[in-house]
Design a protein around this ligand. Structure first.
Ligand code: DQA
Length: 164
């Protein structure tokens, strides 16, 4: 379903947005890599985009792996989809990967920087194999593209379920 379809007659989507460690420092953290935008500004933009598409986002940032795992487990039957920037845990966390797989929540992985263009240790993602897809390298636009992709995927899925 394309993003310009009128969504007001469709069910409201609930999306959980998770930001991993150090993303609370966006705006001051290595701006040459991550840009000057703050996490609050990113979250506000996501809320606006979601509202325009009859969706609701809840955003959580944590520097702690277990908090992120708990948030994913708590999303079971509460949220329709997960938009996640696991930050450094992308490259280390079997626990986050397993939590996503355990509740089988449709997930889009996003990164501000292009992780494949950076140090070798950033090239591998534990999350990518359990995600619908990954968007990496577009700065804060990665989040916007990721949210749009997730909402489109969920609407398509609803439509397929309705006709089958
Ligand atoms: C990041 C990329 C990761 O490698 C890094 O550890 C981050 C941010 C990004 O958004 O570009 O903290 O996920």
């Amino acid at each position: 379903m394309s993003s310009d379809v009128n969504t007001t007659s469709l069910r409201q989507l609930s999306i959980l947005v998770l930001h991993g460690p150090n993303l609370n420092l966006l705006g001051q953290r290595e701006p040459e890599i991550y840009g000057a935008i703050t996490l609050d500004a990113i979250n506000q933009t996501l809320e606006q985009i979601a509202a325009a598409h009859n969706a609701r986002v809840t955003s959580i940032q944590s520097n702690h792996e277990g908090v992120l795992v708990d948030a994913i487990q708590g999303a079971f039957r509460v949220y329709d989809g997960l938009l996640i920037n696991p930050a450094a845990y992308t490259h280390t966390s079997v626990a986050i990967r397993d939590a996503i797989a355990a509740i089988a929540i449709p997930t889009v992985e996003v990164h501000l920087s292009n992780i494949h263009k950076r140090e070798a240790f950033r090239h591998h993602s534990y999350i990518a194999p359990v995600a619908i897809g990954q968007i990496s390298g577009f700065g804060d636009r990665s989040y916007r593209l990721g949210l749009q992709a997730l909402m489109d995927w969920l609407r398509d899925h609803d439509q397929q379920a309705a006709v089958s």
